[in-house]
Ligand binder design. Structure first.
Ligand code: MTE
Ligand code: HPA
Ligand code: MOS
Length: 779
């Protein structure tokens, strides 16, 4: 056999950047999201009645009148739940439908199930609600004053901060605040529930967490998990907002199926979604820092207080990650980190890209900025002076794997971004411009990769090789735009030595992969990619044994659909031994098993929450960003002029996808720190609950000059195909933009310490006014 199509050109193997698997379907509109699925016959629509009060007692919910309206098939409240009214994933403190009392505006009180959406909406207005209003607690201060928390207060400590504070020459203390952030996934929360025979049900949900949906639906309905199938093809974005918060909608649609025996769909409108679902955690953190004249941090103490809203959700884990990132890239001998998860009457805050990491990092980065201003030093110098080096340990005791990458990134970025020249240029600009000031900011990131909940660090996969040599893969991750499917297909293509076109990634389905972890913590490719690796290698072991049996040649390679002989290290691409397709056919007749289940559990991770010590992460991702901004002093308007990013993603499985993740995460970070503002009224109602009042970044907010580089020469020996996770860490780079704004304002001679995330033009303008006032009084 002579080979027409010699291997050597890319065929989708690891390390290349083939088109992403859904690319064509996305741009031609063929990709199916929940609301695009063919509608089953007899479909009913579900609408929710959200609580209008942030806090109150439920005296009565009268549904009689609503039930009589045309098209209405059922109106259901908590008393109609056949199983347990309980959907809390980590702490069991969350109901599916409110019972006895309401805890936040938007909490579902009842549902209407009707033949059309319009009929369901008409019936909602006819439900008579009797609530007794109570005064809500909305702020972190409210909760701290009453010691109201959704979980335990935690501490991580090393050395003796008090001893240093008692005797130091340079000391600062203060408060750092950030507000929350709406996920603004393009596909709103959406679910289609279909009854099956023998008491079963299939749920098509826009969720990052099929396993939790399956467990909670079974719990609410009071049936076995085996009766519930969850199928998820892809999400129109999740960003953490569908890790735990898709569950309630799935349970409500399932409840409607239970009572009507008909398929049901529940899709939130954009405004419902923004009003009812939880967001990124706002934090209010108190810090104390002692340092020497050269900017070396001698002691750092931080109290991280997060606004968790009404129930725990994943808040204790988010706070834990914030605490585990409180020191960011800096070696601090004496450090104390306290975390308090504050309970308030807002919608439950939840996972959002970075999962507390960005909030923890924001405090130390702000503190260093302030130290630099106080000492008259360059913040970049202070960061370099304090940075982690090889052999250093985190405050919780873990040795920082690849710590030397911090220094590498710091040095290279300083050069590449022309930090020093730029600073001079900016100083000259600020001297000569009265109404515009420029500023420069730098933020590094060290992001711990693994779920901090040890048991979640597992992945699974199921692979079938068909007789024509094509391959079906189901894995435990959910595709939500991060292109985990493309990466996983590349891993399989590499291992089987077949082109990408021979591989189909199936929907995530609880019948094919069970007990999966949520697609979160940036770890889905690490965990499930490794499971696919294990399953594919198991099948390959059988195929290689067959090759040996057939050809008696021990040294062969599988590439691009062919099997080649290797002699003395040289591959004979001219004459392949056979094709993958022919080999598989032979394997079938030889009765070789062509299917495999794969499993993976990350080794060696543990964390003791009581002592605050352990090895919570398998490894770390690193990187840093520099941004330059111009602030218009008359309007507070911010222009992001340029950004430079260097990021360590190990040996990238797909460099284009990784750069895309960096771009997307950075854009989301820019939005968080500059334009996205959640405004609540005194009753706890979100006023910015629509795209008209909530401003996410657009193309105009992206810097005209944007340089993104993947750190060369990084090989992660503990990662899948030596890669590193990418999804969340680059979100932190948005903070460089915030620091650049602070730097620009500092050129007015005063530190803008009231400025918090988001630095909207309005808030920046207020800071400018404050500067002018304090300037006037000096004159
Ligand atoms: N990218 C896109 N396009 N859409 C998303 O919803 N979610 C982010 C990140 N990148 C997200 C995304 C979040 S919050 C996480 S945790 C990771 O993807 C999860 O996927 P991974 O584990 O495969 O990186
Ligand atoms: N990251 C994201 N999601 C999670 C985590 C985490 O560390 N732990 C539990 N859910
Ligand atoms: Mo991502 S916040 O871990 O879903």
């Amino acid at each position: 056999m002579k080979n027409k199509e010699k291997s050597s050109s890319p065929w989708g193997q690891v390390g290349t950047s083939p088109w992403h698997l859904s690319g064509r379907d996305h741009v031609t509109g063929r990709s199916q999201f929940i609301d695009d699925l063919p509608k089953p016959r007899n479909l009913l629509y579900v609408k929710i009645l959200p609580s209008p009060l942030a806090r109150g007692k439920i005296i009565a919910i009268n549904t009689e009148k609503a039930k009589t309206l045309p098209g209405v098939v059922a109106v259901l409240t908590a008393t109609d739940i056949p199983g347990e009214n309980q959907i809390g994933g980590i702490i069991q403190d969350e109901v599916c439908l409110a019972q006895d009392h309401v805890q936040f505006i938007g909490e579902p009180l009842a549902i209407v199930v009707a033949e059309s959406i319009e009929q369901a909406e008409a019936a909602l207005c006819q439900i008579e609600l009797q609530l007794e209003e109570e005064i809500p607690e909305l702020t972190i201060k409210d909760a701290l004053a009453k010691n109201q928390f959704v979980g335990p207060v935690r501490k991580i400590e090393r050395g003796d901060v008090e001893n240093v504070f008692a005797d130091c020459s340079n000391y600062l203390e203060g408060v750092i605040r950030n507000e929350g952030q709406e996920h603004f996934y393009l596909e709103t929360q959406c679910v289609l529930a279909v009854p099956e025979d023998n008491g079963g049900m299939t749920i098509y949900s826009s969720s990052q967490n099929p396993n939790e949906i399956q467990r909670m639906v079974a719990n609410v309905l009071g049936v076995g998990q085996h009766q519930i199938t969850v199928d998820i093809k892809r999400l129109g974005g999740g960003f953490g907002g569908k890790e735990s918060q898709a569950t309630v909608w799935a349970c409500l649609a399932a409840l409607a199926v239970f009572h009507t025996g008909r398929p049901t769909e529940l899709c939130l409108t954009r405004d419902e979604d923004m009003l009812c679902t939880g967001k990124r955690h706002a934090f209010e953190s108190y810090y104390r820092v002692a340092f020497d004249e050269a900017g070396k941090i001698l002691a750092y103490s931080v109290e991280l207080n997060s606004n968790c809203g009404a129930v725990a959700d994943v808040s204790t884990s988010v706070l834990e990650r914030a605490m585990l990132h409180a020191e960011n890239c800096y070696q601090i001998e004496n450090i104390r980190i306290i975390g308090r998860p504050c309970k308030t009457n807002l919608h439950p805050a939840t996972a959002f890209r970075g999962f507390g990491g960005p909030q923890g990092i924001f405090v130390i980065e702000s503190v260093i900025q302030k130290m630099a201003f106080t000492l008259g030093l360059d913040p970049y110098d202070i960061k370099m002076k304090n940075s982690y080096r090889k052999g250093d340990q985190a405050p919780y005791g873990e040795a920082i794997l690849d710590a030397e990458h911090v220094g590498k990134v710091f040095d290279k970025l300083r050069k590449d971004s022309q930090w020093d020249e730029r600073k001079k240029r900016i100083a000259a600009f600020n001297d000569t411009n009265k109404y515009c000031k420029k500023g420069l900011g730098m933020t590094p990131v060290k992001f711990g990769i693994s779920f901090t909940a040890e048991h979640l660090n597992q992945g699974s996969a199921l692979i079938h090789v068909y007789l024509d040599g094509s391959i079906s893969i189901t894995h435990g991750a959910v595709e939500m735009g991060q292109e985990v499917n493309t990466k996983i297909a590349q891993i399989a293509a590499t291992n089987f030595g077949v082109p990408l076109t021979k591989i189909r990634i199936e929907s995530n389905n609880t019948k094919r992969v069970a007990n999966t972890s949520p697609t979160a913590a940036s770890s889905s490719c690490d965990l499930n990619g490794q499971a696919v690796e294990n399953a594919s290698l198991a099948i390959m072991k059988r195929l290689r044994a067959l090759v040996f049996k057939l050809f008696a040649k021990p040294d062969v390679v599988f590439e691009n659909g062919f099997i080649y002989l290797v002699t003395a290290g040289k591959t004979d691409y001219e004459f392949p031994l056979t094709t993958f397709k022919d080999l598989v056919r032979t394997a079938y007749f030889e009765r070789v098993d062509l299917s495999a289940h794969g499993f993976y559990a990350s080794p060696g991770i543990y964390f003791d929450r009581d002592t605050g010590q352990g090895n919570p992460f398998l490894y770390y991702a690193f990187g840093a960003a520099v941004s330059e901004v111009t602030v218009d002093l008359l309007t507070g308007q911010i222009t992001l002029d340029s950004s430079h990013i260097i990021h360590d993603c190990g040996s990238s499985i797909n460099p284009m996808v990784d750069v895309g993740q960096i771009e997307g995460a950075f854009a989301q970070g820019i939005g968080w720190v500059t334009t996205e503002e959640l405004v609540y009224n005194a009753s706890g109602k979100l006023l910015s609950s629509s795209p008209a009042t909530y401003k996410i970044p657009t193309i105009g907010d992206i810097p005209e000059e944007l340089h993104i580089e993947l750190l060369a020469g990084s090989f992660n020996e503990v990662g899948i195909k030596r890669s590193k996770a990418i999804g969340e860490p680059p979100f932190v780079y948005g903070e460089a933009v915030f620091l650049a704004i602070v730097d620009a304002l500092c050129s007015l001679g005063r530190y803008p310490q009231e400025l918090s995330i988001p630095a909207t033009p309005e808030k920046v303008w207020r800071e400018i006014k404050r500067c002018k006032k304090s300037g006037d009084s000096k004159e």
